[in-house]
Design a binder for this molecule. Structure first.
Ligand SMILES: *[C@@H]1O[C@H](CO)[C@@H](O)[C@H](O)[C@H]1NC(C)=O
Ligand SMILES: *[C@@H]1O[C@H](CO)[C@@H](O)[C@H](O)[C@H]1NC(C)=O
Ligand SMILES: *[C@@H]1O[C@H](CO)[C@@H](O)[C@H](O)[C@H]1NC(C)=O
Ligand SMILES: *[C@@H]1O[C@H](CO)[C@@H](O)[C@H](O)[C@H]1NC(C)=O
Ligand SMILES: *[C@@H]1O[C@H](CO)[C@@H](O)[C@H](O)[C@H]1NC(C)=O
Ligand SMILES: *[C@@H]1O[C@H](CO)[C@@H](O)[C@H](O)[C@H]1NC(C)=O
Ligand SMILES: *[C@@H]1O[C@H](CO)[C@@H](O)[C@H](O)[C@H]1NC(C)=O
Ligand SMILES: *[C@@H]1O[C@H](CO)[C@@H](O)[C@H](O)[C@H]1NC(C)=O
Ligand SMILES: *[C@@H]1O[C@H](CO)[C@@H](O)[C@H](O)[C@H]1NC(C)=O
Ligand SMILES: *[C@@H]1O[C@H](CO)[C@@H](O)[C@H](O)[C@H]1NC(C)=O
Ligand SMILES: CC(=O)N[C@H]1CO[C@H](CO)[C@@H](O)[C@@H]1O
Ligand SMILES: [Ca+2]
Length: 592
């Protein structure tokens, strides 16, 4: 792949560009990484209508020989030099002070690219966690505090005013505005800093960061040339409330499983379904086939044993309340099997109609986690577990406008959960929902999208991404056969379900699964060199297989290994569509 180097890009420009070329050829990081220089290249006040920069807030420090440690979403790189810049802005008529942070590669390491990075949970920013991704590819990378506190602070703390009303400035900033302004300012700062006439602009983020990416692609369709979007937390009216479904189901079934019992069922699911994809490697690459193949009743009577733990558990990147658990020994009960079958089925209302999507089989039962009561020596449905907490924060603060994080499960039925989803849809359709399905302008502007989602995601159903892809496809290509529509759609937007992966990361349950660690390079190659990723490059980051470089099939094609698991085909599957894209017949409006 050829990369556009700065001098080359400018050489094709005008006389003005030629003189800029001279300046840039000689400018060193030390020359340009100063407060004075950064102040001189800030856009003028009134940028984006009402932005006012605080020049006095500018900080700039040069960082030399920085080695990027590989993350799940970017590979390692050595000896990066960059300028770490921060400054704040306010908006005329607004109340928030917003802080931005940009890492600007040394002129010699700059490849004419700008990258916006996103956040996680209710934090709009990952602060410096995701910025290194830009350094790897010679891009300026940026992040915003979204107008609240420090980078990485969560919206939940400020979404309600002191008198209990919703703070709409923070809501709109979080929903889309802050990331938009970060990007507009970042692109301008990048051009000015390097005297660059043309730059490529990118987005990369996962989870809430994925939702942030869609908030931009959908609303500002000419803003990015490419977006690498993972497991987006969009369709938030459904997504956030969906976290409470496991606990509500446990209540309805009057059964609180010991976590070890569910772990045994998970293990059984993986063993039962591993080979369905044609390769026995501990990775279930066809959870759709698994859904129809494995019935948890087949685990009844299987024994489980887990040693006592002293707590400080943690799932993925989310924090979990430390709790100690006793040793758990027993055999899988009929109650547990029935519960798991219901969870795999997803939320249905009291009339048996489908309300929303469930996680795929092989996803860890994070939302279903129960707590141990040392007084009664019993496991209890948890009103403070992670699933209920995530749902509770949203339901209390955003929906009910109450300063609280936990919500009581008493009297909550499947129909209550449904009504909360509809209430949120009415309230946040224009802000947090983030499912506008028409991407025509983005496409016309030449924009490309790589959307990926861990198939075993335990926090955002993989089917949630499939649903958006299929809905947008049908909106943009009515009247075409599915095959024709897919072919057209895949000219600019591809979805990849990542075998074995959990939420925005590989899963420790299926360590041999690949992960698209270099997804930013893939979107860059598509945008700049026209390399349409028919199969997405991925790497087995922690597993033990010998073929660490693997490929991921582009939805709706599904993986099928042949030759005893040495070769992978990507094949059509009606079963997959049925499993991942069910009708939500309980919902009276179209759910994109
Ligand atoms: C951009 O141009 C200005 C003015 O000519 C110069 O001072 C500055 O060093 C240039 N920046 C870079 C990165 O070359
Ligand atoms: C960064 O990596 C280079 C090359 O591997 C090595 O020489 C250097 O010591 C590393 N720098 C730091 C700060 O670890
Ligand atoms: C970047 O600048 C901010 C503000 O001065 C500082 O807090 C942060 O530690 C700096 N990061 C690096 C890598 O220098
Ligand atoms: C404006 O900001 C100040 C200081 O952060 C805060 O006390 C006040 O409540 C805010 N007002 C509104 C309307 O958000
Ligand atoms: C509630 O607080 C907000 C922000 O401080 C303010 O704008 C609004 O007027 C207040 N509402 C009432 C009824 O006091
Ligand atoms: C599940 O499988 C893992 C990995 O093989 C193992 O460490 C764990 O003990 C198993 N748990 C149960 C409850 O069977
Ligand atoms: C699982 O098997 C049981 C009987 O063993 C059956 O009643 C039930 O319908 C099956 N569930 C699914 C989801 O196939
Ligand atoms: C444990 O159970 C007892 C008896 O039912 C109850 O009073 C207590 O609230 C429970 N503790 C917790 C932490 O739920
Ligand atoms: C994908 O991987 C292949 C090797 O399997 C490599 O040649 C190619 O450059 C990679 N593409 C991108 C965009 O990284
Ligand atoms: C098929 O692959 C498995 C796992 O890699 C290996 O153990 C087995 O020997 C292979 N069988 C044949 C017939 O090659
Ligand atoms: C009573 C009992 O069987 N306890 C066992 C439970 O499982 C742990 C972990 O395997 C054993 O150490 C206990 O002896
Ligand atoms: Ca497998």
């Amino acid at each position: 792949m050829t990369r556009l180097q700065l001098p080359l890009a400018l050489a094709v420009g005008s006389l003005a560009a030629a003189s800029a070329l001279q300046a840039s050829a000689t400018a060193t990081l030390a020359d340009v990484c100063t407060v004075d220089y950064v102040q001189s290249i800030l856009p003028a006040d009134g940028f984006e209508h009402n932005i006012v920069f605080d020049a006095d807030s500018v900080t700039a420090n040069a960082v030399y020989d920085y080695n990027v440690t590989a993350g799940d979403n970017f590979p390692a790189a050595t000896d990066r030099n960059f300028c770490n810049v921060t400054f704040t802005y306010t908006r005329e008529g607004g109340n928030a002070t917003t802080e931005l942070k940009y890492w600007l590669p040394a002129p010699k390491q700059f490849n004419n690219r700008y990258l916006t990075t996103g956040g996680f949970g209710y934090a709009i920013s990952g602060d410096e966690e995701y910025l290194p991704s830009g350094l790897v590819v010679g891009a300026v990378s940026g992040t915003t505090n979204g107008g609240i506190g420090a980078f990485g602070d969560e919206l939940t703390a400020v979404i309600l005013n002191a008198n209990g009303s919703l703070n709409y400035e923070h809501l709109y900033d979080f929903a889309y505005l802050a990331i938009h302004q970060l990007t507009q300012i970042g692109k301008e700062v990048t051009k000015n800093f390097y005297n660059a006439s043309k730059i490529y602009s990118y987005y990369q983020g996962c989870s809430e960061g994925g939702r942030e990416g869609w908030s931009q692609v959908q609303r500002y369709q000419t803003q990015f040339d490419g977006a690498a979007i993972g497991a987006p937390a969009f369709r938030q009216a459904f997504q956030q409330v969906n976290h409470i479904v496991a606990a509500v189901t446990e209540k309805a079934q009057n059964y609180a499983p010991p976590p070890c019992e569910l772990e045994r069922i998970l293990n059984d699911t993986i063993s039962a379904c591993d080979g369905l994809d044609g390769r026995v490697d501990g990775v279930v690459s066809r959870t759709d086939l698994c859904y129809y193949h494995y019935n948890a009743t087949s685990s009844i009577g299987n024994s489980y044993n887990c040693a006592a733990s002293s707590g400080s558990g943690g799932f993925g990147k989310r924090q979990m309340a430390a709790s100690s658990t006793p040793a758990q020994n027993g055999t899988v009960s009929a109650e547990a099997a029935e519960l798991v079958n219901l969870l795999y089925k997803g939320l249905h209302d009291s009339q048996g109609r489908r309300v929303y999507l469930g996680y795929q089989p092989t996803a860890t039962f994070t939302d279903a986690e129960t707590t141990y009561n040392t007084t009664t020596d019993e496991w209890e449905v948890s009103s403070s577990g992670m699933g209920v907490s995530i749902a509770g924060q949203y339901l209390q603060r955003f929906l009910k406008e109450v300063e609280a994080d936990t919500i009581s499960l008493d009297g909550v039925t499947y129909d209550t959960v449904r009504s909360w989803m509809l209430e949120g849809l009415r309230k946040f359709d224009g802000t947090l929902e983030t499912t506008w399905p028409d991407l025509t302008e983005y496409r016309q502007n030449g924009g490309k999208i790589i959307h990926y989602h861990g198939e075993s995601d335990y926090s955002i159903p993989a089917a949630s991404s499939v649903r958006y892809y299929e809905m947008a496809k049908s909106v943009m290509h009515p009247g075409l056969s599915d095959e024709e529509a897919t072919e057209k759609f895949n000219e600019f937007y591809r979805l990849f379900l990542v075998p074995g992966a959990g939420h925005c990361a590989p899963s420790t349950d299926q360590p041999n699964g690949p992960f698209p660690q270099s997804v930013l390079e893939s979107i860059i190659a598509w945008v700049e060199d026209g390399v349409n990723p028919k199969r997405l490059n991925a790497t087995v980051i922690d597993g033990t297989v010998s073929d660490k470089d693997q490929k991921i099939c582009s939805w709706p094609l599904r993986p099928k290994w042949t030759n005893n698991g040495t070769e992978m085909d990507c094949v059509k599957s009606e079963v997959a569509l049925e499993n991942f894209y069910p009708k939500l017949d309980s919902i009276p409006v179209v759910v994109y």
